[in-house]
Design a protein around this ligand. Structure first.
Ligand SMILES: [Zn+2]
Ligand SMILES: [Zn+2]
Ligand SMILES: [Zn+2]
Length: 346
């Protein structure tokens, strides 16, 4: 056997038609992801429960857990403020924002159990209530699918780059940007984008081009489209996970584009403390902000506004996974309470 495969995980990946390429654990034929997880042996990491640790490695792990390193790096940043956008359990009052309160996450299992414990008639009552409230609020909201002309270079695949092109995503991104243009938050470049990028005399125009904050930016493709089609000059990518810098690379190649990637949980981001955004007009965007991430982003953008704060021109978010929403982070508790969702009568 070649030396190279000797320390590799032996788990066969049928789709990739090869073995896993991770390094195997010394005591096993497999890597950490593919080792048999015997009960009791693996425990959730106390620092970041999204991954598990072998009990015997726990002591060492808590010293070098990736999240720990990241938190240490973050805590030195002015814009890091733990839980500032997390929301409160209670009704939100002015000035109460950002106060620390114990986590009380309602798990999917708890939600399921609650539903299963309902009588059929109560369940129907609940559905009816949801439909009534939804009808009362959402009737005036019209669908608005837009394909703005500014994005034609993308729609027509005229962008000469090795970015993956997936039509449904490109159409959705286009519509997000088109709607921002429609409400006046974005302006189409007077000239074509390339000349807009290199013309230093367009100073006045510069002021009209808002900065962009993309929440849950992932690889930053939405911002990429925005940079290609609307000539933005300053972008901030907010993303908790680390990504390979695929889209970044092509964004970073754009002349006159200032790009800042902020690896932070939206929950902990104080936009008012981002120095380079102080007093700067910006648009906020997000594609697939899962569950509460939409609430956190809204709170992040709509918190304290004064002369120093960045100036929100407009905001467009494609929401996702509503079933993951949490009461604690929910942005409009007053509405939900006045809509009397709660205290269903018998
Ligand atoms: Zn493996
Ligand atoms: Zn860990
Ligand atoms: Zn989702």
């Amino acid at each position: 056997m070649a030396a190279k495969s000797g320390n590799r995980c032996n788990f066969w990946l049928p789709k990739k038609k090869r073995s896993c390429s991770n390094t195997r654990i010394e005591s096993s034929m497999f890597c950490g992801n593919h080792s048999q997880r015997l009960d009791g042996e693996w425990i959730p990491c106390p620092i970041d429960p999204s991954h598990s640790v072998l009990q015997e490695n726990l002591e060492g792990h808590v010293k070098r857990c990736p999240l720990l390193k990241q938190t240490v790096a973050l805590s030195g940043q002015l814009f890091y403020q733990k839980g500032i956008n997390a929301g409160n359990e209670e009704e939100e009052e002015e000035g109460k924002m950002g106060s620390c309160c114990p986590d009380s996450v309602v798990t999917s299992e708890m939600k399921r159990n609650l539903l299963y414990s309902m009588s059929v008639s109560k369940f129907h009552q609940l559905i009816k209530k949801i439909e009534t409230v939804h009808g009362g609020i959402c009737n005036d909201i019209e669908d608005s699918y837009l394909s703005p002309e500014a994005c034609n270079v993308w729609f027509n695949k005229e962008i000469d780059r090795k970015l993956p092109f997936q039509e449904k995503h490109v159409l959705q991104q286009g519509s997000i940007l088109g709607n921002l243009e429609k409400i006046g938050a974005l302006k189409r470049c007077a000239k074509n984008v390339e000349c807009c990028e290199i013309d230093p005399e367009e100073k006045d125009d510069d002021k009209n081009v808002p900065a962009v904050v993309e929440f849950g930016a992932g690889r930053g493709y939405l911002t990429q489209m925005l940079a290609d089609c609307y000539g933005v000059k300053k972008v901030y990518l907010v993303e908790r996970k680390s990504y390979k810098l695929k889209a970044d690379r092509s964004l970073r190649q754009k002349e006159n584009l200032v790009l800042e990637r902020m690896r932070i949980d939206i929950e902990d981001l104080n936009l008012n403390a981002v120095e380079s955004l102080s007093g700067v007009p910006y648009v906020a965007i997000g594609k697939h902000l899962c569950g509460p991430a939409t609430d956190l982003s809204l709170r992040c953008c709509l918190s304290r506004q004064d002369g120093e704060s960045p100036v929100l021109r407009g905001l467009a978010i494609a929401t996702c996974c509503h079933h993951l929403c949490q009461w604690k982070s929910y942005i409009s508790k007053t509405l939900a309470v006045t809509a009397s969702f709660f205290g269903l009568s018998e």
